[in-house]
Write a protein that binds this ligand. Sequence first.
Ligand SMILES: Cc1cc2nc3c(=O)[nH]c(=O)nc-3n(C[C@H](O)[C@H](O)[C@H](O)COP(=O)(O)OP(=O)(O)OC[C@H]3O[C@@H](n4cnc5c(N)ncnc54)[C@H](O)[C@@H]3O)c2cc1C
Length: 377
Amino acid sequence: MNVLIAGGGVAALEAMVALRSLAGDRVDVGLLAPDSDFFYRPLSVAEPFGAGQAHRFDLRSLAQGCGAWHALGSLVAVDGGRRSVRTSQGATFGYDVLLLAVGARPREAIPGALTFRGQLDVPALRALLRDLDEGLVQRVVFALPGGVTWPLPLYELALLTADHLARTGNTLAELAVVTPEEAPLGILDGEASEAVADELDRRGIELATGAYPASFEGGELRLVPGTSIPADRVVSLPRLRGVPIAGVPQDGDFFVPTDATGLVSGLADVYAAGDITTFSIKQGGLAAQQADAVAEAIAARAGAPVTPRPFDPVLRGLLLTGSLPLYVRAELSGGRGESSTVASDALWWPPGKIAARHLAPYLARYAGLAYSPAAVS
Ligand SMILES: Cc1cc2nc3c(=O)[nH]c(=O)nc-3n(C[C@H](O)[C@H](O)[C@H](O)COP(=O)(O)OP(=O)(O)OC[C@H]3O[C@@H](n4cnc5c(N)ncnc54)[C@H](O)[C@@H]3O)c2cc1C
């Protein structure tokens, strides 16, 4: 079976490794992606603070190590009848089964704020830290826009900035978090959310919940409805939008609807996984779990002795705090975590930032990414 995977991120690579493990040589697997590298994005939050480095892996080597191939190209159209895809450069690739794992695009949500999208924004955050060090900036607000479903990186940036201030003996600067959530990391009800609130409190970070930040101008972060709070700088996260693909059903934001096995509505041989799907929480561990459900479904179709299991989301997050990292875990029900657990010892293995059953051990073993909480706290 010729399996074409569009994408070279978490969901694509998890599916690639899972397929090789589940279906062996019943499948020929290829990756079609516009970049020659895979960026391990979650560690980019640690980089401005010198507490870790975002890793970059050569996609071709990752594919080859798994008996797959990699071609450069951006998928723009799918012809479900002919079972072929077209790239922006006009090349075509055939498939028996196609997996769309093209991720989502970050968009600025709070005009005037520093929108942290990952690697690209590390220099801007470093510059902000320098301004804090030199006393040019005193009050930084970390603002979560409405509609961002995985806020953990914003809490990490706030806590790591507080740790930076403590290390540099800066007692004048003030930090605040403003969020529409009812409680910090409110998607994880219970223990985990309380642990994050405690961390913020312990670091002296002000917290305003139930507030929608809208824009930042003239030293004021405007909130909806009506009020505003003072800030010298505002740091935010992006809102996400899907990628337009001709021939594929998509919602108004270009996200792709699937069933619980990842099959795209109305297309018999096309699956989707990760941030590109309409599943509301855009998170790497969940992208990997979606990819696992797809890989099992495809492996079974290819004749492998596998009983496919539907996507049954469990949130696993590793919060960098500046001291001991916190591992948080919650079963998901209706989009919110129920009875979350928090621990300072690993709740999964290998204890990576992205909990991915097949990809995490593959990166650790093949590419030498052994995450050490001591190295990145
Ligand atoms: C700052 C930050 C910190 C984060 N921290 C965490 C964390 O701690 N834990 C966690 O689990 N998640 C975290 N996330 C979220 C996580 O990075 C994403 O949810 C995850 O990467 C989604 O995986 P994906 O495969 O769907 O998309 P991506 O990983 O974004 O991969 C998409 C891939 O598709 C390729 N592509 C794009 N367009 C096309 C096209 N037209 N044709 C072919 N290929 C295409 C891209 O080049 C890329 O290779 C964080 C995100 C950010 C921004």
